[in-house]
Design a protein around this ligand. Structure first.
Ligand code: ADP
Ligand code: MG
Length: 687
């Protein structure tokens, strides 16, 4: 085992290259993991553990089990064949015999292994042709002087190519040896009963007890530190914003009044309240940073347009970003509809437009002649300048990279920022991890929406389904047919969509059917979406590309194939594509039997509720303990150990803790932020 011993001068704040064995090449591989100093290794936590301390009786092993066994070598037999190998029979004192198979017969095995010697092995038990076996287990001779059974859990670290678990264990050993140096700024501020950071880290890296679960005090202590660090970063960001000023966007509101008169519906009270909150923000010179959360279909676009009109009326430009070209076009289409009666025009800036179109558009933005532009990332590419950018609106923001948002923000002096999301944000989260943003919630759907009826159906009843589709089509309604991702393979997903498309064309020969998936060129994808929007096609077979934001009011039936494979929030998002008009809409969740208990539970939740908030909570509850530690995603912001929803109780104390720290040890805030968020923190990042 290569040992990486720390040289005496290694300290927690030394660069990792101070550790023997880590040169520039390995250091470069560690950089993306946020590891540049020895201390960072401490916060690189195991994602799982193995318990190798228990010895298992060979007679009681079962295939699939990972187990440690101790026995005597009964015989060693080389075997020739297509692949030469060595078989070792290991017998324990209770009479069990296990076969060990090796394809490489190396050094110490060749020279030291003899019948009669005692051997400790750890590996996965498999059913072989001659009974249970292990292939290339880890081993130690158990009758030698060096033998010791592991007395702790064996940790496994998240890793990257070229770095083995042996490396990680040696490096973390070296870092743990310096634990006494670790500063623990929160220790004095926490009530009695909390373990120290030092003990907690030791336990998570080298537990002598059981596997630390979610509720383990050590894990909780680290989660608390992590959440506090993120909170502090957000507070710092909020304070930094005070040094900037944004254009004051006040206007009498005549554009908005005219749009309101022309709308075929009245805005809801919830929409009006949020519009008012935004109006006040825009009238201040402090840059607005507002997140509007509203369930799928709650009418966030209208709220965004009200803000847009205020900015335009005040003489400024507005950029609206959507996560995909399809959505950008759709947003643009909707804007044109609403803006035309006001004699306003909106540009559309996408990756695929012609050079001339692009030149013209960019010219109009730079001169200030064009007030409104809609698009994707192309909006903030090199070369796009704005004469008077006053407001940036980001739709369905969780799909956007932090970097992209920042680049856009750099386009104006300091524009106001409005972010729209359908992802529910609990109050505690808003106050802590989103402390740099103000939150508005559209908490009611427009009236007159008939709730979507959700039906769960085995895919063996397809013929019945086709009959039902016929009657929907006969009423002039349209249908979405969604084929979800299969085992993360875009190619297989594509195949599934093509198969379903062929099957539907065959079953419904007189119906016009379109197909969209991620592999199509943008123009074709767009054309086919457009055909569905205009009613030229009656059924749209699609992969999950339609998940967010697409609006086709004529569609009243959605069929989701393999619904058992999708998560709750994804099902909720997809279902939100229907039920946008007053007609009764239906979502049919097709599944392939048999259903696992978890999948059955998920489908039951989605059938019984249409409340995004409730569904998000259930989603969390059902995900279960899962992987205990490791990298967790909260939107784009990566939390290493905390889960903002599961650890909600911790979030309750974070604001006070953060405030106390800033008051008593202001310089410690930077230590915590550096420790958990790294050197290049993306402030203003929302998840
Ligand atoms: P989301 O919040 O999911 O982005 P949209 O803004 O796309 O929702 O709105 C969904 C649909 O509801 C659109 O067709 C929109 O025109 C319509 N809508 C928005 N506000 C209202 C309202 N107050 N009353 C009726 N329909 C509305
Ligand atoms: Mg939307």
């Amino acid at each position: 085992m290569p040992h990486c011993v720390a040289s005496p001068c290694v300290r927690l704040d030394s660069p990792i290259t101070a550790l023997r064995g880590i040169g520039p090449t390995l250091a470069a591989r560690l950089t993306p993991l946020g590891i540049s100093r020895v201390e960072d290794l401490l916060f690189h936590l195991p994602s799982r553990y193995q318990d190798r301390r228990q010895l298992h009786a060979i007679g009681q092993l079962r295939p699939g089990q990972e187990a440690a066994v101790l026995g005597e070598i009964l015989h060693i037999r080389p075997q020739s064949g297509r692949r030469p190998q060595w078989c070792v029979a290991l017998g324990d004192d209770r009479g069990g015999v296990l076969r060990l198979r090796f394809f490489h017969w190396v050094g110490a095995m060749r020279s030291q292994w003899r019948p009669g010697r005692r051997l400790w092995c750890f590996g996965e038990v498999r059913g072989g042709a001659f009974g249970l076996e292990m292939v290339h287990p880890e081993w130690q001779l158990a009758d030698g002087p060096d033998f010791c059974l592991p007395d702790r859990l064996t940790p496994f670290y998240p890793s990257v190519a070229g770095i083995t678990q042996t490396h990680w264990r040696a490096w973390t050993d070296a870092a743990l040896a310096q634990l006494d140096e670790l500063v623990d700024p929160l220790a004095e501020l926490l009530p009695a009963g909390w373990p120290s950071l030092k003990d907690s880290l030791y336990r998570l890296h080298r537990s002598e007890e059981g596997v630390p679960g979610d509720a383990d005090p050590a894990r909780q202590r680290l989660a608390l530190d992590e959440l506090t660090a993120h909170h502090l970063a957000m507070l710092r960001e909020r304070r930094a914003q005070r040094h900037f000023s944004a254009p004051v966007l006040t206007a009498p509101g005549s554009y908005w009044e005219r749009l309101r008169q022309a709308l075929p519906f009245a805005p809801t009270a919830a929409q009006l309240r949020v519009i008012d909150e935004i109006r006040q923000d825009l009238g201040l010179s402090a840059p607005m940073r507002r997140l509007v959360q509203g369930d799928v279909g709650s009418g966030k676009t209208l709220v965004a347009v009200a803000a847009l009109l205020q900015a335009v009326e005040a003489g400024y430009q507005v950029a609206l970003m959507a996560p995909t070209e399809i959505l950008a076009r759709q947003l643009h289409h909707r804007l044109e509809d609403w803006l035309q009666p006001l004699d306003l025009r909106a540009g559309l800036l996408l990756g695929g437009i012609s050079a001339k179109e692009r030149r013209d558009l960019i010219g109009a933005l730079a001169s200030g002649e064009l007030a409104v532009v809609c698009g994707t990332q192309a909006l903030f590419q090199e070369g796009v300048e704005y004469a008077r950018l006053g407001l940036v609106i980001i739709d369905e923001q969780h799909r956007f990279g932090v970097e992209q948002r920042r680049r856009l923000m750099a386009k104006g002096s300091m524009p106001h920022l409005l972010i729209l999301t359908a992802t529910p944000i609990p109050r505690t989260l808003a106050m802590t991890l989103y402390a740099d943003l103000d939150l508005s919630i559209i908490d009611a759907l427009p009236p007159g929406r008939t709730p979507v009826t959700t039906v769960v159906m085995p895919d063996t009843r397809r013929s019945e389904l086709i009959a039902r589709m016929r009657s929907v089509l006969a009423e002039g309604r349209q249908i979405y047919w969604v084929c979800p991702l299969i085992e993360n393979s875009e190619l297989l997903e594509l195949q599934a969509a093509e198969d379903s498309y062929a099957e539907l064309c065959h079953a419904l020969p007189d119906i016009r059917i379109g197909l969209v998936h991620g592999r199509l060129p943008a123009e074709i994808k767009q054309q086919r979406m457009q055909d569905f929007v205009t009613g030229t096609t009656q059924i749209l077979v699609a992969t999950t590309v339609i998940e967010v934001g697409v609006d086709v009011p004529g569609a009243s039936l959605m069929v989701i194939e393999h619904a058992e494979r999708l998560g709750l929030s994804q099902l909720h998002q997809l279902r939100g594509r229907v039920g946008r008009g007053a007609e009764q809409s239906t979502c049919i969740l097709l599944y392939r039997p048999p259903l696992s208990p978890r999948a059955r539970q998920r489908l039951a939740v989605i059938r019984s509720s249409s409340d995004g908030f409730f569904i998000a909570r259930k989603d969390l509850e059902m995900r279960g303990p899962g992987e205990l530690l490791g990298v967790r995603q909260s939107g784009e912001r990566t939390l290493r150990i905390a889960d903002p929803i599961r650890d909600e109780a911790l979030l309750e104390i974070v604001p006070d803790l953060g405030e106390n720290l800033l008051r008593t040890q202001p310089e410690a805030a930077a230590v915590l932020i550096r420790r958990w968020l790294g050197g290049t923190v993306a402030y203003g990042d929302v998840g």
